[in-house]
Design a protein around this ligand. Structure first.
Ligand code: ACO
Length: 327
């Protein structure tokens, strides 16, 4: 049996911080509203000129260094993102060039906020099939680039950042990805989408003036899907591995809203002490959220070797996903 073991991890967020107080001077909102409805206090925002591939490359550099591998050992780069540098080439190809990963194939994965888990699942399958031994998986988003800072219902939620892991084929023990579980349900463009700029609604002066190049979201509808689907997909992972919630050492959910996290944890009977939360400092960084949280959990000592970690996420599509990893 071969397991995809995480041997390196890194993350990067832009330096600039945007607080709730500062947002309150831009739109009609307040620190009290944002904190009580979402748990978010501040988020990092990329200064102009900083790109998704810059953040991805910085996180990946750290992960590769920690892995002890050489650049030439990386055989595949996967980037989960909905905010690529450009429509093409892919951000993963741009990262390949920036880091000089000369032996790597590269492609992006578009799965909304589930992009990191989807990418992890693809990487795990390539390793299990024997096709590749060493894979770089990145989750990264610069949602500030597609956020309408005149829309208070969305602009308070999002931030920028990314994280990366290096996976390697482990034949020695059962440390690594135990399973991944992916789902999708189309037909929800009215709930969460960025509609303009593609073949459906090509860029025009009208789309620009209607702010259609920005995220549009019906938050309260999405909230209901989030709580139900995240509970189901977490249970699916736990049951698939013959575990109970009590066997999980740390639950690292997608960092979208503290109320979604608390409601899901309650439904799963997870005490909050076993749930990793850092959204108060980053907001929702989409595909960046889970690898940033895993990196913090590991480097702060909350996630230790041999422990079982459960991750789950839901995002545009809808897509939702989970995985259990023996760290
Ligand atoms: N400040 C003050 N008031 C606000 C703000 C704000 N920033 N935003 C909305 N309001 C108002 C609304 O206008 C509404 O006022 P009304 O009652 O007078 O009409 C009121 O607050 C309540 O609005 P709701 O949308 O019902 O608020 P809710 O409690 O649902 O919280 C939120 C909104 C935080 C967006 C929540 O629904 C949520 O987190 N949804 C899920 C988002 C999510 O999971 N996204 C993940 C995927 S994102 C991705 O893939 C990129």
């Amino acid at each position: 049996m071969v397991y995809s073991k995480i041997i390196g991890i890194g993350s990067f967020v832009p330096e600039k911080v945007l607080t709730n107080e500062e947002l309150s001077s831009i739109v009609n909102t307040s620190d009290e509203w944002i904190t009580s409805r979402t748990g978010i206090r501040e988020r990092h925002i990329a200064e102009s000129g900083l790109t998704t591939s810059d953040i991805a490359a910085a996180a990946a550099k750290e992960a590769i260094k920690l892995s002890g591998l050489n650049l030439a050992d990386i055989e595949l780069i996967l980037v989960g993102t909905v905010t690529p540098d450009m429509a093409f080439p892919s951000t993963s190809c741009i990262v390949q060039g920036k880091l000089g990963l000369t032996n790597a194939a590269a492609f992006d994965v578009s799965a909304g906020c589930s992009g990191f888990i989807y990418s992890l699942s693809i990487a795990d399958s390539f390793i299990k099939s024997g096709k590749y031994k060493n894979i770089l998986v990145i989750g990264v988003d610069l949602l500030s680039r597609i956020t309408d800072y005149t829309d208070r219902s969305t602009c308070v939620l999002f931030g920028d950042g990314g994280g990366a892991v290096v996976l390697t084929a482990n034949f020695e023990n059962d440390r690594g990805v135990l399973s991944t579980h992916l789902h999708s349900e189309g037909g929800h463009n009215d709930i969460l989408a960025l509609q303009a700029g593609g073949s459906f609604m090509p860029t025009s002066l009208e789309t620009l003036s209607n702010h259609e190049h920005y995220i549009k979201m019906k938050g309260s509808e999405l909230f209901r899907y989030a709580v139900n689907y995240l509970k189901a997909v977490a249970e699916e992972a736990i049951n698939f591995n013959g575990l109970t919630p009590g066997d999980i050492d740390l639950f690292v959910p997608h960092q979208a809203n503290i109320r979604i996290i608390e409601a899901t944890a309650k439904k799963l009977h997870f005490p909050m002490e076993k749930v990793f939360v850092n959204l108060e400092r980053y907001g929702n960084t989409s595909s960046g959220s889970i690898p940033i949280a895993l990196d913090e959990a590991y480097k702060s000592g909350r996630l230790k070797e041999g422990q079982l970690v459960l991750i789950d996420a839901i995002g545009a599509g809808l897509t939702w996903a989970s995985s259990i990893i023996r760290w």
